[in-house]
Design a protein around this ligand. Structure first.
Ligand SMILES: Cc1cc2nc3c(=O)[nH]c(=O)nc-3n(C[C@H](O)[C@H](O)[C@H](O)COP(=O)(O)OP(=O)(O)OC[C@H]3O[C@@H](n4cnc5c(N)ncnc54)[C@H](O)[C@@H]3O)c2cc1C
Length: 555
Protein backbone atom coordinates (compact mmCIF):
# COMPACT_ATOMS: atom_id res chain seq x y z
CA UNK A 1 0.00 0.00 0.00
CA UNK A 2 1.18 3.54 -0.79
CA UNK A 3 2.24 5.80 2.08
CA UNK A 4 -0.28 8.62 2.55
CA UNK A 5 0.53 12.16 3.73
CA UNK A 6 -1.33 15.44 3.58
CA UNK A 7 1.39 17.16 1.54
CA UNK A 8 4.35 15.88 -0.49
CA UNK A 9 7.14 18.42 -1.01
CA UNK A 10 9.32 17.69 -4.03
CA UNK A 11 12.85 19.09 -3.60
CA UNK A 12 15.00 19.41 -0.50
CA UNK A 13 16.64 22.78 -1.22
CA UNK A 14 16.03 25.81 0.99
CA UNK A 15 12.52 26.41 -0.33
CA UNK A 16 11.42 22.77 0.02
CA UNK A 17 12.81 22.45 3.52
CA UNK A 18 11.35 25.88 4.43
CA UNK A 19 7.98 24.62 3.20
CA UNK A 20 8.32 21.60 5.49
CA UNK A 21 9.13 23.89 8.44
CA UNK A 22 6.14 26.11 7.70
CA UNK A 23 3.77 23.13 7.40
CA UNK A 24 5.38 21.22 10.27
CA UNK A 25 4.84 24.15 12.65
CA UNK A 26 1.17 23.97 11.72
CA UNK A 27 1.05 20.23 12.46
CA UNK A 28 0.47 19.25 8.82
CA UNK A 29 1.62 15.71 7.97
CA UNK A 30 4.12 16.23 5.14
CA UNK A 31 7.06 14.49 3.55
CA UNK A 32 9.95 16.28 1.88
CA UNK A 33 11.65 14.32 -0.91
CA UNK A 34 15.10 15.69 -1.79
CA UNK A 35 17.58 14.36 -4.30
CA UNK A 36 20.65 15.16 -2.22
CA UNK A 37 21.47 14.00 1.26
CA UNK A 38 23.36 17.21 2.08
CA UNK A 39 22.99 20.83 0.87
CA UNK A 40 25.14 21.73 -2.12
CA UNK A 41 28.32 23.40 -0.78
CA UNK A 42 28.30 26.48 -2.99
CA UNK A 43 28.26 29.96 -1.42
CA UNK A 44 25.30 31.32 -3.39
CA UNK A 45 22.00 32.74 -2.10
CA UNK A 46 23.74 34.82 0.56
CA UNK A 47 21.83 38.07 0.69
CA UNK A 48 18.80 37.63 2.93
CA UNK A 49 16.36 40.51 3.28
CA UNK A 50 14.79 41.87 6.44
CA UNK A 51 11.53 40.17 5.45
CA UNK A 52 13.27 36.79 5.12
CA UNK A 53 14.71 37.20 8.60
CA UNK A 54 11.14 37.78 9.81
CA UNK A 55 10.27 34.32 8.48
CA UNK A 56 13.12 32.83 10.47
CA UNK A 57 11.83 34.64 13.56
CA UNK A 58 8.41 33.02 13.14
CA UNK A 59 10.05 29.66 12.49
CA UNK A 60 11.84 30.04 15.86
CA UNK A 61 15.36 29.97 14.37
CA UNK A 62 16.40 33.56 13.77
CA UNK A 63 19.22 33.39 16.34
CA UNK A 64 20.45 30.09 14.92
CA UNK A 65 20.51 31.67 11.46
CA UNK A 66 22.48 34.69 12.61
CA UNK A 67 24.91 32.45 14.48
CA UNK A 68 25.49 30.44 11.29
CA UNK A 69 26.88 33.41 9.39
CA UNK A 70 30.54 33.24 8.37
CA UNK A 71 31.20 36.97 8.68
CA UNK A 72 31.71 38.64 12.07
CA UNK A 73 28.47 39.74 13.73
CA UNK A 74 27.63 43.30 12.72
CA UNK A 75 29.94 43.36 9.68
CA UNK A 76 28.29 45.73 7.14
CA UNK A 77 26.48 44.04 4.26
CA UNK A 78 26.47 46.90 1.74
CA UNK A 79 27.99 46.88 -1.72
CA UNK A 80 30.16 48.98 -4.02
CA UNK A 81 29.60 49.67 -7.73
CA UNK A 82 32.58 50.83 -9.80
CA UNK A 83 32.94 51.95 -13.39
CA UNK A 84 35.16 49.70 -15.51
CA UNK A 85 36.95 47.84 -12.73
CA UNK A 86 37.26 47.91 -8.96
CA UNK A 87 40.32 50.19 -8.98
CA UNK A 88 38.39 52.91 -10.80
CA UNK A 89 38.16 56.39 -9.36
CA UNK A 90 34.43 56.34 -10.15
CA UNK A 91 32.55 54.28 -7.59
CA UNK A 92 29.67 54.54 -5.16
CA UNK A 93 28.56 52.65 -2.05
CA UNK A 94 24.83 53.26 -1.58
CA UNK A 95 22.77 52.52 1.50
CA UNK A 96 21.25 49.31 0.07
CA UNK A 97 18.63 47.53 2.15
CA UNK A 98 19.41 49.74 5.14
CA UNK A 99 17.07 52.26 3.50
CA UNK A 100 14.04 50.09 4.37
CA UNK A 101 15.29 48.71 7.70
CA UNK A 102 12.63 50.45 9.82
CA UNK A 103 9.74 48.86 7.95
CA UNK A 104 10.62 45.35 9.15
CA UNK A 105 11.20 44.12 12.67
CA UNK A 106 14.35 42.11 11.83
CA UNK A 107 17.61 43.29 10.25
CA UNK A 108 18.86 41.66 7.04
CA UNK A 109 21.79 39.25 7.09
CA UNK A 110 24.24 37.50 4.84
CA UNK A 111 25.48 33.93 4.86
CA UNK A 112 26.06 31.16 2.33
CA UNK A 113 22.94 29.26 1.35
CA UNK A 114 24.36 25.95 2.61
CA UNK A 115 24.53 27.45 6.11
CA UNK A 116 20.92 28.63 5.83
CA UNK A 117 19.87 25.20 4.61
CA UNK A 118 21.64 23.51 7.52
CA UNK A 119 19.70 25.70 9.99
CA UNK A 120 16.41 24.88 8.25
CA UNK A 121 17.15 21.15 8.18
CA UNK A 122 18.04 21.17 11.88
CA UNK A 123 14.64 22.75 12.61
CA UNK A 124 12.88 19.77 11.05
CA UNK A 125 14.17 17.51 13.82
CA UNK A 126 11.69 19.06 16.27
CA UNK A 127 8.71 18.83 13.96
CA UNK A 128 7.11 15.40 14.38
CA UNK A 129 4.63 15.74 11.53
CA UNK A 130 7.46 16.08 8.97
CA UNK A 131 9.07 13.04 7.31
CA UNK A 132 12.29 13.53 5.37
CA UNK A 133 13.41 11.43 2.44
CA UNK A 134 16.77 12.93 1.44
CA UNK A 135 18.55 10.89 -1.22
CA UNK A 136 15.31 10.25 -3.11
CA UNK A 137 14.18 11.69 -6.44
CA UNK A 138 10.63 12.49 -7.51
CA UNK A 139 10.10 10.72 -10.82
CA UNK A 140 6.42 10.93 -11.67
CA UNK A 141 3.41 12.89 -10.45
CA UNK A 142 -0.20 12.04 -11.25
CA UNK A 143 -3.33 13.63 -9.86
CA UNK A 144 -7.08 13.10 -9.84
CA UNK A 145 -10.03 14.38 -7.85
CA UNK A 146 -9.02 12.40 -4.75
CA UNK A 147 -5.34 13.19 -4.48
CA UNK A 148 -1.86 13.02 -5.92
CA UNK A 149 0.32 9.97 -6.48
CA UNK A 150 4.08 10.43 -6.62
CA UNK A 151 6.68 7.83 -7.55
CA UNK A 152 10.12 8.29 -6.05
CA UNK A 153 13.40 6.44 -6.51
CA UNK A 154 16.47 6.24 -4.29
CA UNK A 155 19.41 8.06 -5.87
CA UNK A 156 22.67 6.41 -6.71
CA UNK A 157 24.27 9.16 -4.65
CA UNK A 158 22.34 8.07 -1.59
CA UNK A 159 23.15 4.46 -2.19
CA UNK A 160 26.87 5.08 -2.68
CA UNK A 161 26.94 7.84 0.01
CA UNK A 162 28.34 10.92 -1.60
CA UNK A 163 28.65 11.31 -5.35
CA UNK A 164 28.89 14.30 -7.60
CA UNK A 165 26.49 17.06 -6.71
CA UNK A 166 24.25 18.64 -9.24
CA UNK A 167 24.81 22.32 -9.94
CA UNK A 168 21.43 23.56 -8.86
CA UNK A 169 21.70 26.85 -10.75
CA UNK A 170 20.38 27.63 -14.16
CA UNK A 171 22.54 25.64 -16.55
CA UNK A 172 20.22 23.57 -18.63
CA UNK A 173 22.74 22.37 -21.20
CA UNK A 174 24.57 19.89 -18.99
CA UNK A 175 21.70 18.83 -16.80
CA UNK A 176 21.67 15.18 -17.80
CA UNK A 177 25.38 14.70 -17.33
CA UNK A 178 25.41 15.96 -13.74
CA UNK A 179 22.15 14.64 -12.34
CA UNK A 180 22.55 11.48 -10.35
CA UNK A 181 20.28 8.68 -11.57
CA UNK A 182 18.15 6.45 -9.42
CA UNK A 183 18.91 2.91 -8.38
CA UNK A 184 16.78 0.27 -10.06
CA UNK A 185 14.36 -1.57 -7.81
CA UNK A 186 14.15 1.05 -5.06
CA UNK A 187 10.96 2.80 -6.11
CA UNK A 188 8.34 3.91 -3.60
CA UNK A 189 4.86 5.29 -4.15
CA UNK A 190 3.57 8.17 -2.03
CA UNK A 191 0.08 9.64 -1.96
CA UNK A 192 -1.13 12.97 -0.65
CA UNK A 193 -3.81 15.60 -0.84
CA UNK A 194 -1.37 18.11 -2.33
CA UNK A 195 2.11 18.36 -3.83
CA UNK A 196 4.33 21.42 -3.55
CA UNK A 197 7.14 21.30 -6.10
CA UNK A 198 10.26 23.08 -4.87
CA UNK A 199 12.54 21.12 -7.17
CA UNK A 200 14.51 23.99 -8.63
CA UNK A 201 14.81 25.75 -11.98
CA UNK A 202 14.65 22.55 -14.00
CA UNK A 203 11.65 21.26 -12.02
CA UNK A 204 10.55 17.79 -13.10
CA UNK A 205 7.17 18.36 -11.55
CA UNK A 206 6.59 21.65 -13.38
CA UNK A 207 7.32 19.93 -16.68
CA UNK A 208 5.12 16.94 -15.87
CA UNK A 209 2.09 19.06 -15.00
CA UNK A 210 2.60 21.08 -18.16
CA UNK A 211 3.37 24.58 -16.89
CA UNK A 212 5.26 26.74 -19.41
CA UNK A 213 7.54 29.64 -18.60
CA UNK A 214 7.99 33.10 -20.10
CA UNK A 215 10.50 35.91 -19.58
CA UNK A 216 13.66 37.47 -20.99
CA UNK A 217 16.51 35.36 -22.33
CA UNK A 218 19.76 37.31 -22.72
CA UNK A 219 21.47 34.39 -24.49
CA UNK A 220 24.51 35.00 -22.34
CA UNK A 221 26.67 32.46 -20.55
CA UNK A 222 27.92 33.42 -17.10
CA UNK A 223 30.83 32.15 -15.07
CA UNK A 224 30.47 31.40 -11.38
CA UNK A 225 33.82 30.94 -9.63
CA UNK A 226 34.67 30.41 -5.99
CA UNK A 227 38.24 31.25 -5.02
CA UNK A 228 40.50 32.38 -2.21
CA UNK A 229 42.66 35.52 -2.20
CA UNK A 230 43.84 37.62 0.75
CA UNK A 231 45.35 40.09 -1.70
CA UNK A 232 41.91 40.99 -3.04
CA UNK A 233 40.64 41.55 0.47
CA UNK A 234 43.50 43.95 1.15
CA UNK A 235 42.95 45.82 -2.11
CA UNK A 236 39.25 46.31 -1.32
CA UNK A 237 40.13 47.98 1.95
CA UNK A 238 40.07 51.16 -0.12
CA UNK A 239 36.25 50.96 0.17
CA UNK A 240 34.04 51.21 3.25
CA UNK A 241 33.50 47.74 4.78
CA UNK A 242 30.97 45.80 2.75
CA UNK A 243 30.36 42.48 1.05
CA UNK A 244 29.71 42.91 -2.68
CA UNK A 245 31.76 44.61 -5.40
CA UNK A 246 30.27 45.14 -8.82
CA UNK A 247 32.17 46.44 -11.85
CA UNK A 248 30.20 47.88 -14.78
CA UNK A 249 32.40 47.71 -17.85
CA UNK A 250 31.41 49.52 -21.08
CA UNK A 251 32.15 46.38 -23.15
CA UNK A 252 29.74 44.18 -21.20
CA UNK A 253 26.26 45.49 -22.14
CA UNK A 254 25.13 45.92 -18.53
CA UNK A 255 26.23 42.47 -17.34
CA UNK A 256 28.16 42.64 -14.12
CA UNK A 257 31.59 41.47 -13.08
CA UNK A 258 30.75 40.74 -9.49
CA UNK A 259 32.80 39.79 -6.43
CA UNK A 260 30.97 38.67 -3.28
CA UNK A 261 32.56 37.94 0.05
CA UNK A 262 32.01 34.54 1.57
CA UNK A 263 33.98 35.42 4.69
CA UNK A 264 35.93 38.49 5.69
CA UNK A 265 39.50 38.00 4.66
CA UNK A 266 39.92 35.32 2.06
CA UNK A 267 37.04 33.53 0.32
CA UNK A 268 35.13 35.00 -2.62
CA UNK A 269 32.64 34.11 -5.25
CA UNK A 270 32.65 35.81 -8.60
CA UNK A 271 30.35 35.95 -11.58
CA UNK A 272 30.77 37.60 -14.97
CA UNK A 273 29.76 37.08 -18.61
CA UNK A 274 31.90 34.73 -20.73
CA UNK A 275 31.65 33.66 -24.40
CA UNK A 276 29.01 31.02 -25.12
CA UNK A 277 31.60 28.34 -25.96
CA UNK A 278 33.55 28.72 -22.70
CA UNK A 279 34.39 25.53 -20.83
CA UNK A 280 36.27 24.98 -17.59
CA UNK A 281 39.36 24.19 -19.71
CA UNK A 282 39.44 26.74 -22.54
CA UNK A 283 39.31 30.12 -20.81
CA UNK A 284 41.63 32.35 -18.79
CA UNK A 285 39.55 32.80 -15.62
CA UNK A 286 42.43 34.39 -13.70
CA UNK A 287 42.70 37.00 -16.48
CA UNK A 288 39.00 37.76 -16.14
CA UNK A 289 39.35 38.21 -12.38
CA UNK A 290 42.30 40.56 -12.91
CA UNK A 291 40.29 42.56 -15.42
CA UNK A 292 37.37 42.94 -12.99
CA UNK A 293 39.64 43.77 -10.04
CA UNK A 294 41.70 46.24 -12.08
CA UNK A 295 45.03 44.72 -11.06
CA UNK A 296 46.85 41.38 -11.20
CA UNK A 297 46.51 39.07 -8.24
CA UNK A 298 46.69 35.36 -7.51
CA UNK A 299 43.44 33.43 -6.95
CA UNK A 300 43.23 29.83 -5.73
CA UNK A 301 40.13 28.42 -7.41
CA UNK A 302 37.80 26.07 -5.51
CA UNK A 303 35.00 25.93 -8.07
CA UNK A 304 34.26 26.91 -11.66
CA UNK A 305 30.71 26.56 -13.03
CA UNK A 306 28.38 28.27 -15.51
CA UNK A 307 24.81 29.42 -15.82
CA UNK A 308 22.66 31.00 -18.52
CA UNK A 309 21.49 34.54 -18.03
CA UNK A 310 17.73 34.44 -18.37
CA UNK A 311 14.61 35.37 -16.48
CA UNK A 312 12.02 32.57 -16.62
CA UNK A 313 8.70 32.81 -14.79
CA UNK A 314 6.06 30.07 -14.80
CA UNK A 315 2.74 30.91 -16.48
CA UNK A 316 0.86 29.76 -13.37
CA UNK A 317 1.84 28.41 -9.98
CA UNK A 318 -0.96 25.88 -9.52
CA UNK A 319 -2.51 23.03 -11.49
CA UNK A 320 -5.30 21.56 -9.35
CA UNK A 321 -3.55 19.77 -6.47
CA UNK A 322 0.00 20.63 -7.47
CA UNK A 323 1.74 23.91 -6.65
CA UNK A 324 5.19 25.15 -7.63
CA UNK A 325 7.41 27.42 -5.53
CA UNK A 326 10.92 28.90 -5.45
CA UNK A 327 13.18 28.47 -8.46
CA UNK A 328 10.71 25.90 -9.86
CA UNK A 329 8.35 28.84 -10.35
CA UNK A 330 10.85 31.60 -11.17
CA UNK A 331 14.52 31.56 -12.05
CA UNK A 332 16.70 34.49 -12.96
CA UNK A 333 20.23 35.82 -12.61
CA UNK A 334 21.46 36.58 -9.10
CA UNK A 335 21.21 40.32 -9.68
CA UNK A 336 19.68 41.90 -6.59
CA UNK A 337 19.27 38.85 -4.34
CA UNK A 338 15.69 38.08 -5.33
CA UNK A 339 15.76 34.29 -5.75
CA UNK A 340 15.87 32.70 -2.35
CA UNK A 341 14.11 35.60 -0.69
CA UNK A 342 11.18 35.29 -3.09
CA UNK A 343 11.16 31.50 -2.81
CA UNK A 344 10.79 31.73 0.95
CA UNK A 345 8.02 34.32 0.59
CA UNK A 346 6.26 31.90 -1.79
CA UNK A 347 6.11 29.17 0.80
CA UNK A 348 5.11 31.49 3.62
CA UNK A 349 2.27 32.68 1.38
CA UNK A 350 1.25 29.11 0.49
CA UNK A 351 1.85 27.30 3.78
CA UNK A 352 -0.98 28.75 5.85
CA UNK A 353 -3.37 28.52 2.90
CA UNK A 354 -2.71 24.79 2.50
CA UNK A 355 -3.04 24.27 6.27
CA UNK A 356 -6.30 26.26 6.31
CA UNK A 357 -7.68 24.15 3.50
CA UNK A 358 -6.64 20.87 5.10
CA UNK A 359 -8.09 22.01 8.45
CA UNK A 360 -11.36 22.88 6.74
CA UNK A 361 -11.52 26.66 7.19
CA UNK A 362 -9.83 27.78 3.96
CA UNK A 363 -11.66 27.41 0.66
CA UNK A 364 -10.36 26.61 -2.80
CA UNK A 365 -10.25 30.32 -3.66
CA UNK A 366 -7.64 30.69 -0.93
CA UNK A 367 -5.45 28.12 -2.72
CA UNK A 368 -5.99 29.92 -6.05
CA UNK A 369 -4.87 33.16 -4.47
CA UNK A 370 -1.31 31.79 -4.11
CA UNK A 371 -0.72 32.02 -7.84
CA UNK A 372 -2.82 35.17 -8.14
CA UNK A 373 -0.66 36.96 -5.56
CA UNK A 374 2.82 35.59 -6.07
CA UNK A 375 3.09 35.25 -9.85
CA UNK A 376 2.62 38.93 -10.80
CA UNK A 377 5.05 39.90 -8.07
CA UNK A 378 7.75 37.74 -9.53
CA UNK A 379 6.93 38.60 -13.12
CA UNK A 380 7.55 42.26 -12.31
CA UNK A 381 10.59 41.40 -10.20
CA UNK A 382 12.09 39.58 -13.18
CA UNK A 383 11.18 42.07 -15.87
CA UNK A 384 11.12 45.47 -14.12
CA UNK A 385 13.78 45.03 -11.47
CA UNK A 386 16.21 42.46 -12.93
CA UNK A 387 15.95 42.59 -16.75
CA UNK A 388 15.20 46.33 -16.82
CA UNK A 389 18.14 46.93 -14.48
CA UNK A 390 20.49 45.21 -16.93
CA UNK A 391 19.08 47.24 -19.83
CA UNK A 392 19.38 50.47 -17.86
CA UNK A 393 23.03 49.80 -17.00
CA UNK A 394 23.66 48.91 -20.67
CA UNK A 395 22.07 52.18 -21.84
CA UNK A 396 24.14 54.13 -19.33
CA UNK A 397 27.38 52.47 -20.43
CA UNK A 398 26.63 52.98 -24.12
CA UNK A 399 25.88 56.67 -23.65
CA UNK A 400 28.23 58.00 -20.97
CA UNK A 401 31.95 57.73 -20.58
CA UNK A 402 34.47 59.69 -18.47
CA UNK A 403 36.73 59.81 -21.54
CA UNK A 404 34.04 61.38 -23.74
CA UNK A 405 32.64 63.99 -21.32
CA UNK A 406 33.67 63.77 -17.68
CA UNK A 407 31.14 66.23 -16.25
CA UNK A 408 28.22 64.66 -18.11
CA UNK A 409 29.41 61.23 -16.97
CA UNK A 410 29.63 62.29 -13.30
CA UNK A 411 26.07 63.64 -13.34
CA UNK A 412 24.70 60.49 -14.95
CA UNK A 413 26.75 58.25 -12.62
CA UNK A 414 25.21 60.02 -9.61
CA UNK A 415 21.76 59.50 -11.10
CA UNK A 416 22.52 55.78 -11.61
CA UNK A 417 23.33 55.52 -7.90
CA UNK A 418 20.11 57.27 -6.96
CA UNK A 419 17.98 55.08 -9.21
CA UNK A 420 19.40 52.06 -7.36
CA UNK A 421 18.43 53.60 -4.01
CA UNK A 422 14.90 54.37 -5.24
CA UNK A 423 14.53 50.77 -6.40
CA UNK A 424 15.06 49.50 -2.85
CA UNK A 425 12.38 51.85 -1.56
CA UNK A 426 9.87 50.95 -4.26
CA UNK A 427 10.38 47.17 -4.16
CA UNK A 428 7.47 46.28 -1.92
CA UNK A 429 5.52 43.17 -2.95
CA UNK A 430 1.82 43.71 -2.30
CA UNK A 431 -1.52 42.04 -3.05
CA UNK A 432 -4.37 44.57 -2.67
CA UNK A 433 -5.88 43.20 -5.90
CA UNK A 434 -6.05 39.65 -4.57
CA UNK A 435 -9.47 38.00 -4.39
CA UNK A 436 -8.80 37.19 -0.70
CA UNK A 437 -7.90 40.75 0.33
CA UNK A 438 -10.30 43.68 0.96
CA UNK A 439 -8.28 46.04 -1.23
CA UNK A 440 -9.50 49.15 -3.05
CA UNK A 441 -11.41 48.76 -6.33
CA UNK A 442 -9.15 48.33 -9.33
CA UNK A 443 -6.09 47.39 -7.25
CA UNK A 444 -3.62 44.79 -8.55
CA UNK A 445 -0.92 42.53 -7.11
CA UNK A 446 2.51 43.99 -7.74
CA UNK A 447 6.19 44.11 -6.83
CA UNK A 448 6.08 47.90 -7.12
CA UNK A 449 4.97 49.76 -4.03
CA UNK A 450 6.15 52.02 -1.27
CA UNK A 451 7.21 51.63 2.33
CA UNK A 452 4.97 53.36 4.86
CA UNK A 453 3.78 52.74 8.45
CA UNK A 454 0.12 52.64 7.43
CA UNK A 455 -1.78 49.37 7.73
CA UNK A 456 -2.89 48.98 4.11
CA UNK A 457 -4.91 45.95 2.95
CA UNK A 458 -2.68 43.73 0.82
CA UNK A 459 0.56 45.03 2.32
CA UNK A 460 3.01 43.69 4.88
CA UNK A 461 2.18 44.78 8.44
CA UNK A 462 4.78 47.39 9.44
CA UNK A 463 6.40 46.74 12.83
CA UNK A 464 5.34 48.55 15.99
CA UNK A 465 5.67 47.92 19.71
CA UNK A 466 2.82 47.27 22.07
CA UNK A 467 2.51 49.35 25.23
CA UNK A 468 3.83 46.32 27.14
CA UNK A 469 7.13 46.93 25.33
CA UNK A 470 6.77 43.67 23.39
CA UNK A 471 7.04 43.81 19.62
CA UNK A 472 3.79 43.28 17.77
CA UNK A 473 5.19 40.27 15.91
CA UNK A 474 5.77 38.40 19.17
CA UNK A 475 2.04 38.53 19.91
CA UNK A 476 0.60 37.69 16.48
CA UNK A 477 -1.26 34.38 16.33
CA UNK A 478 -0.69 31.43 13.95
CA UNK A 479 -4.13 32.18 12.48
CA UNK A 480 -5.76 35.58 11.86
CA UNK A 481 -5.10 38.41 14.33
CA UNK A 482 -7.28 41.45 14.90
CA UNK A 483 -5.34 44.46 16.17
CA UNK A 484 -7.72 46.72 18.09
CA UNK A 485 -6.29 50.08 19.11
CA UNK A 486 -8.82 52.04 21.12
CA UNK A 487 -11.60 50.39 19.09
CA UNK A 488 -15.00 49.85 20.62
CA UNK A 489 -15.87 46.45 22.04
CA UNK A 490 -18.92 45.92 19.84
CA UNK A 491 -16.80 46.30 16.72
CA UNK A 492 -14.22 43.80 17.97
CA UNK A 493 -17.00 41.44 19.03
CA UNK A 494 -18.66 41.45 15.62
CA UNK A 495 -15.44 40.45 13.83
CA UNK A 496 -14.57 37.87 16.47
CA UNK A 497 -18.03 36.28 16.22
CA UNK A 498 -17.73 36.03 12.46
CA UNK A 499 -14.39 34.27 12.85
CA UNK A 500 -15.89 31.82 15.36
CA UNK A 501 -18.82 31.12 13.06
CA UNK A 502 -16.46 30.29 10.19
CA UNK A 503 -14.07 28.34 12.47
CA UNK A 504 -11.16 30.62 11.62
CA UNK A 505 -8.30 30.51 14.19
CA UNK A 506 -8.43 34.01 15.60
CA UNK A 507 -6.72 36.19 18.18
CA UNK A 508 -7.39 39.74 19.32
CA UNK A 509 -4.64 42.13 20.46
CA UNK A 510 -6.01 45.21 22.24
CA UNK A 511 -4.00 48.32 22.95
CA UNK A 512 -4.17 52.09 22.83
CA UNK A 513 -3.89 54.04 19.59
CA UNK A 514 -0.63 55.80 20.43
CA UNK A 515 3.02 54.92 21.04
CA UNK A 516 3.56 54.59 17.26
CA UNK A 517 0.45 52.47 16.71
CA UNK A 518 -1.44 55.55 15.56
CA UNK A 519 0.73 55.40 12.44
CA UNK A 520 -1.32 52.41 11.29
CA UNK A 521 -4.02 55.01 10.67
CA UNK A 522 -6.79 52.57 11.66
CA UNK A 523 -8.30 51.45 14.95
CA UNK A 524 -8.89 47.95 13.64
CA UNK A 525 -6.43 45.98 11.54
CA UNK A 526 -7.07 42.41 10.42
CA UNK A 527 -3.83 40.51 9.76
CA UNK A 528 -3.57 37.10 8.12
CA UNK A 529 -1.07 34.39 9.13
CA UNK A 530 1.69 35.58 6.76
CA UNK A 531 1.60 39.05 8.40
CA UNK A 532 -0.18 40.72 5.49
CA UNK A 533 -3.06 43.07 6.29
CA UNK A 534 -6.35 41.98 4.73
CA UNK A 535 -8.66 44.67 6.03
CA UNK A 536 -8.44 47.85 8.14
CA UNK A 537 -10.86 50.50 9.37
CA UNK A 538 -12.01 52.56 12.37
CA UNK A 539 -15.27 50.72 12.82
CA UNK A 540 -16.48 47.20 12.11
CA UNK A 541 -17.32 46.34 8.52
CA UNK A 542 -21.07 46.28 7.71
CA UNK A 543 -20.95 42.54 7.20
CA UNK A 544 -18.03 41.03 9.12
CA UNK A 545 -19.01 37.50 8.07
CA UNK A 546 -18.70 38.27 4.38
CA UNK A 547 -15.29 39.87 5.01
CA UNK A 548 -14.06 36.78 6.87
CA UNK A 549 -15.48 34.55 4.15
CA UNK A 550 -13.66 36.47 1.46
CA UNK A 551 -10.27 36.56 3.19
CA UNK A 552 -10.37 32.81 3.88
CA UNK A 553 -11.59 31.95 0.40
CA UNK A 554 -14.87 30.49 1.74
CA UNK A 555 -16.89 31.84 -1.13
C1 LIG B 1 25.65 32.86 -7.72
C2 LIG B 1 24.29 32.94 -7.11
C3 LIG B 1 24.04 33.89 -6.14
C4 LIG B 1 22.76 34.00 -5.59
N1 LIG B 1 22.54 34.96 -4.65
C5 LIG B 1 21.32 35.09 -4.10
C6 LIG B 1 21.08 36.05 -3.09
O1 LIG B 1 21.97 36.78 -2.68
N2 LIG B 1 19.81 36.13 -2.56
C7 LIG B 1 18.80 35.32 -3.00
O2 LIG B 1 17.64 35.47 -2.51
N3 LIG B 1 19.01 34.38 -3.95
C8 LIG B 1 20.24 34.24 -4.50
N4 LIG B 1 20.47 33.28 -5.44
C9 LIG B 1 19.35 32.40 -5.85
C10 LIG B 1 19.14 31.23 -4.89
O3 LIG B 1 20.32 30.50 -4.74
C11 LIG B 1 18.02 30.33 -5.43
O4 LIG B 1 16.90 31.13 -5.68
C12 LIG B 1 17.66 29.21 -4.44
O5 LIG B 1 18.61 28.18 -4.46
C13 LIG B 1 16.30 28.61 -4.79
O6 LIG B 1 16.00 27.58 -3.88
P1 LIG B 1 15.05 26.37 -4.31
O7 LIG B 1 14.93 25.51 -3.09
O8 LIG B 1 13.82 26.91 -4.94
O9 LIG B 1 15.82 25.65 -5.48
P2 LIG B 1 17.19 24.85 -5.42
O10 LIG B 1 18.15 25.52 -4.51
O11 LIG B 1 17.59 24.63 -6.84
O12 LIG B 1 16.79 23.50 -4.75
C14 LIG B 1 16.02 22.52 -5.44
C15 LIG B 1 16.35 21.20 -4.82
O13 LIG B 1 15.50 20.19 -5.37
C16 LIG B 1 16.29 19.09 -5.72
N5 LIG B 1 15.61 18.39 -6.81
C17 LIG B 1 15.58 18.71 -8.11
N6 LIG B 1 14.81 17.84 -8.79
C18 LIG B 1 14.36 16.95 -7.89
C19 LIG B 1 13.52 15.82 -7.98
N7 LIG B 1 12.99 15.43 -9.15
N8 LIG B 1 13.27 15.11 -6.85
C20 LIG B 1 13.80 15.48 -5.66
N9 LIG B 1 14.60 16.55 -5.52
C21 LIG B 1 14.86 17.28 -6.63
C22 LIG B 1 17.62 19.65 -6.12
O14 LIG B 1 18.63 18.69 -6.00
C23 LIG B 1 17.78 20.77 -5.09
O15 LIG B 1 18.34 20.32 -3.89
C24 LIG B 1 21.73 33.14 -6.00
C25 LIG B 1 21.99 32.14 -6.97
C26 LIG B 1 23.25 32.06 -7.52
C27 LIG B 1 23.50 31.00 -8.56
Amino acid sequence: MAERHQVIIAGGGPVGVGMAVELGLRGIDCVVVGRHEEPHHLPKGQNLTQRTLEHFYFWGIVDQLRNARLMPMGYPIGGVTAYGNMMSEHWYAPKGREAVRNFYFEANDRLPQYQTEAVLRERLKDLPSVTTLFGWTVETVEQDANGVTVTIGETEEASRKGGQYEWAGFVEADEDTTRPGTVAGTKRVLEADYVVACDGARSTVRQQIGIDRGGSDFDQKMLLAVFRSKELHEAFERFPNGTTYRALHPDLKGYWMFFGRVDVGETWFFHAPVPLDTTAENYDFQGLLNRAAGFEFKADFDHVGFWDLRVAVADKYRVNRVFIAGDAAHSHPPYGGFGLNNGLEDIVNLGWKLAANLEGWGGDALLDSYSEERRPVFWETGEDFIARGIDRDAEFLARYSPDKDLEEFKTAWKELEEVGGRRTMTYEPNYPGSSVVMGPDGAVCSAHGSHTYEARPGHHLPPQELSSGRKMAAELGMGFTLLAFGADDAAVQSIESAAQLLKVPFKVIRDTQDGGREKYDAKLVLVRPDQYVVWSGDSAPDDATSVLKKVTGQV
